[in-house]
Design a protein around this ligand. Structure first.
Ligand code: RB5
Length: 146
């Protein structure tokens, strides 16, 4: 699995935690920033990262902003992206098992570093269940491709 990581200025500290987790798990990744404290716009980082998942260059993306909401809205505009805004462990597992989410978004102003790390670990290591869930995800994809 290859992961692309991006954040705006509101997510740089949490993004560093995720870098350390990806290194611990030995998951190859690219961190496209912003690595900045100056104010930037989350779509400028979230959309290119999501596009690189949709193109197949990366399997998954983890996107961080202040709330995780902007990144999730932006990423979900890209065809083929199923971005999940997650701040609890139950949803981290469920969104992989049921939604086959390929993008995880979190908010640095919402969740602490320790929980965010465990959310990302769970999300990265949980498999899609397929079956009836594949049918449901397929309906979303069909709508998207109309
Ligand atoms: C930046 O202030 C903030 O709006 C952004 O990080 C994010 O929370 C947007 O959804």
């Amino acid at each position: 699995m290859k992961v692309i990581l991006a954040s705006d200025h509101g997510g740089i500290h949490l993004a560093k935690e995720i870098v350390s987790l990806l290194e611990e798990l030995a998951i190859p990744y690219e961190d496209i920033g912003c690595h900045c404290t100056d104010s930037v716009d989350y779509p400028d980082y979230g959309i290119p990262a999501a596009e690189r998942v949709a193109s197949g260059e990366f399997d998954r993306a983890i996107l961080i902003c202040g709330t995780g909401i902007g990144m999730s809205i932006a990423a979900n505009k890209v065809n083929g992206i199923r971005a999940a805004l997650v701040h609890d462990l139950f949803s981290a597992k469920a969104t992989r098992e049921h939604n086959n989410s390929n993008v995880l978004t979190m908010g640095e102003r919402v969740v602490g570093a320790g929980l965010a790390r465990e959310i990302a670990r769970t999300w990265l290591t949980t498999e899609f269940q397929g079956g009836r869930h594949a049918n449901r995800v397929g309906k979303v994809t069909s709508y998207e491709n109309q």
